[in-house]
Design a protein around this ligand. Structure first.
Ligand SMILES: Nc1ncnc2c1ncn2[C@@H]1O[C@H](COP(=O)(O)OP(=O)(O)OP(=O)(O)O)[C@@H](O)[C@H]1O
Ligand SMILES: [Mg+2]
Length: 350
């Protein structure tokens, strides 16, 4: 197992496309890092640079103490699980798992041992003689995982491995991958555009935007203290509400406004942090009208239009809402839960 060190990594594709611009990151031995960000932000590119499938335009990549910039993928001792894993349809599960090891000329008895161990861990032992077409989607996904496992690599790289699965199976496999990663203690870099997957799986998550790191931190750090407007909007669902400070001043939105450092012109508030009763101490007060109720099982979302602003804000409550569509509503949030941002820099203010 190994640590991974990225120092100022850049990737410029042909035609001058800047996919990754100056990413630095130290991943500890055994750590699970989740790279998260919107489509096109450079996640796969960065992962493929680590794997050795893309050349590095600038910067240094180390695995353990070794600079690997120019090493071939096979020399890096890393196993990758892709979104579109293609299993060999004419081979049994056993042979799918054994194929890479045979190519590497691993002795036959060792292949047998490793395949059986991986199959046991992934609970696919009883399918070893089947062909992939006779497996369910989740079982196939496990075989794809198994091909990485049998390699016993220094690190795992995952590129959206669950995006082909239905919602229920995604959750199940998410848990299985995380449990397995913890048990094996293998350094892992996991790519997803799903913020919930990132929050639930990561030791630390890295939010990427347009080829650059927006924030690195534990899931709680990033959720509780998003470093930028971008991160605030990307992590957490429903997304954080953003309120214009000028608008709040005009509408006399409460004494909380005095509590912010200079430069604050946007205030973020999570849908969970708004309530219909006034708290003690300095707080924000908003008045609006219920535009839409959205029951979602154990919780409900209330969309509220504020006077003079087009975009409704979202409130999340437990259970069924106690207000009706069209009703006037006051909302409150205490000062400590509010997130101050500067619009021009896009950054958090203190
Ligand atoms: N081979 C290539 N040649 C030129 N540009 C490329 C190439 N591969 C990717 N890009 C561009 O680089 C940027 C980053 O692409 P990348 O595939 O890393 O994004 P991603 O974050 O993985 O997105 P997604 O979530 O959609 O998979 C995009 O603008 C993409 O169009
Ligand atoms: Mg991708």
């Amino acid at each position: 197992m190994a640590s991974i060190h990225m120092d100022d990594l850049h990737k410029v594709y042909g035609g001058g496309v800047k996919a990754v611009t100056g990413v630095s990151l130290d991943i500890a031995d055994g750590e699970m890092i989740v790279l998260v960000g919107p489509s096109g932000c450079g996640k796969s590119t960065l992962l493929r640079m680590v794997a050795g499938l893309e050349t590095i335009s600038r910067g240094t990549l180390k695995i353990g103490d070794r600079v690997v910039n120019t090493l071939e993928p096979a020399e890096r001792d890393i196993a990758m699980v892709f979104q579109n894993y293609a299993l060999y349809p004419h081979m049994t599960v056993f042979n799918n798992l054994a194929y890479g090891l045979k190519n590497r000329k691993v002795p036959k008895d060792q292949i047998g041992r490793r395949v059986r161990e991986a199959a046991k861990m992934l609970e696919i032992e009883e399918y070893l003689d089947r062909k992939p077409r006779n497996l369910s989607g989740g079982q196939r996904q496990r075989v794809a995982m198994g091909r990485a496992l049998v390699r016993e690599p220094e690190a795992f790289l995952f590129d959206e491995p669950l995006s082909n699965l239905d919602a229920k199976l995604r959750v199940q496999m998410r848990v299985e991958i995380r449990q397995l990663q913890k048990r094996l203690g293998t350094t892992s870099l996991y790519v997803t555009h799903d913020q919930l997957e990132a929050l639930t799986m990561a030791d630390r998550l890295v939010v990427l935007n347009a080829g650059q790191v927006e924030q690195v931190g534990t899931p709680m750090e990033v959720f509780e203290k998003p470093a930028s407007v971008f991160v605030a909007g990307f992590i957490g669902s429903p997304a954080m509400n953003m309120l214009d400070v000028d608008y709040l001043r005009e509408t006399g939105a409460g004494d909380a406004l005095h509590g912010f450092p200079p430069g604050t012109d946007l205030i973020g508030v999570r849908p969970d942090d708004l309530s219909m009763t006034a708290p003690e101490g300095p707080h924000l007060r908003l008045s609006g009208q219920v535009a839409l109720l959205e029951p979602a099982g154990a919780e409900s979302h209330i969309y509220v239009t504020l006077g003079g602003s087009a975009q409704p804000i979202t409130v999340r409550v437990q259970g069924l809402p106690t207000v009706a569509e069209g009703a006037d509503l006051n909302l409150f949030a205490p000062l400590p839960v509010l997130h101050p941002f500067n619009r021009a820099s896009g950054l958090r203010v203190a």
